[in-house]
Design a protein around this ligand. Structure first.
Ligand code: SF4
Ligand code: SF4
Length: 235
């Protein structure tokens, strides 16, 4: 049997959150954490969590698994528990809990909206799409793949300390994605909006973001590049 400790909190019934003990059959060792949640939910339909695609693409089931943020659908249980034999599942840290593993991501998406995540270009649209050279298109690699799962931002200590003023690694990686896009004409405006001491410069290079990104992206490096772009424009 595999031991499970799972965070539970139903604000209408519980005065405080608590960790609930459960067990999984041995055969779950080779399966994913989401499979365990589905099994536990079949036993207790009050267990709440988000999920959708089950393929590591939609970004819905980010959660803290044995101390590290990850997507439940692509995290093997054997890898998560190592030699401990206990699977520990908590909601994403640093975000208010709505119920069980479901967190309020309002602030996270407000930050995303702040960076204007769309191509800004008021020039008349061509008859077909706005083209890019292969070299320009390559600049978006490592940025466009972000699925907005919030694993990085939720594991960032700088964001925990300044959640309203520091944009966090996910929004900043997305910001670079548009700053370097050859089709976008708002580069200066985008960079200027990051000049204050908090939005971008509150990153302390701790690297938790890159450590946890389940898509293998490097938000810490993206933040460094964004600073260089800003420096280049202001000298
Ligand atoms: S490198 Fe910056 S963004 Fe990433 S976790 Fe550390 S402080 Fe946060
Ligand atoms: S950078 Fe990675 S961890 Fe952060 S939101 Fe995007 S996919 Fe998730």
């Amino acid at each position: 049997m595999i031991n499970v400790q799972i965070y539970r909190y139903h604000p209408e019934h519980d005065t405080t959150p608590y960790m609930q003990s459960k067990t999984l059959p041995e055969e779950f060792r080779s399966r994913m954490v989401l499979d365990a949640l589905e099994y536990l939910r079949a036993e207790d339909s009050t267990l709440a969590y988000r999920r959708s695609c089950r393929e590591g693409v939609c970004g819905s089931d980010g959660m803290n698994i044995n101390g590290k943020n990850w997507l439940a659908c692509i995290k093997p249980i054997a890898e998560a528990i190592g030699t401990t034999n206990t699977l520990i599942i908590r909601p994403l840290p640093g975000m208010p809990v709505i119920r069980d593993l479901v967190v309020d991501q309002t602030l996270f998406f407000e930050h995303y909206q702040t960076i204007k995540p769309w191509v800004i270009n008021d020039e008349p649209a061509p008859t077909i799409e706005r083209l890019q050279s292969p070299e320009d298109r390559k600049l978006l690699d490592g940025l466009y793949e972000c699925i907005l799962c919030a694993c990085c931002t939720s594991q960032c200590p700088s964001w925990w300390w300044n959640p309203t003023k520091y944009l966090g690694p996910s929004a900043l990686l997305q910001s670079l994605r548009f700053v370097v896009d050859s089709r976008d004409t708002a580069r200066m405006e985008r960079l200027k909006s990051l000049e204050d001491p908090f939005s971008l410069f509150r990153c302390r290079g701790i690297g938790n973001c890159t450590w946890v990104c389940p898509k293998g992206l490097n938000p810490m490096e993206a933040i460094g590049k964004l600073r260089l772009e800003l420096l280049r424009e202001s000298t």
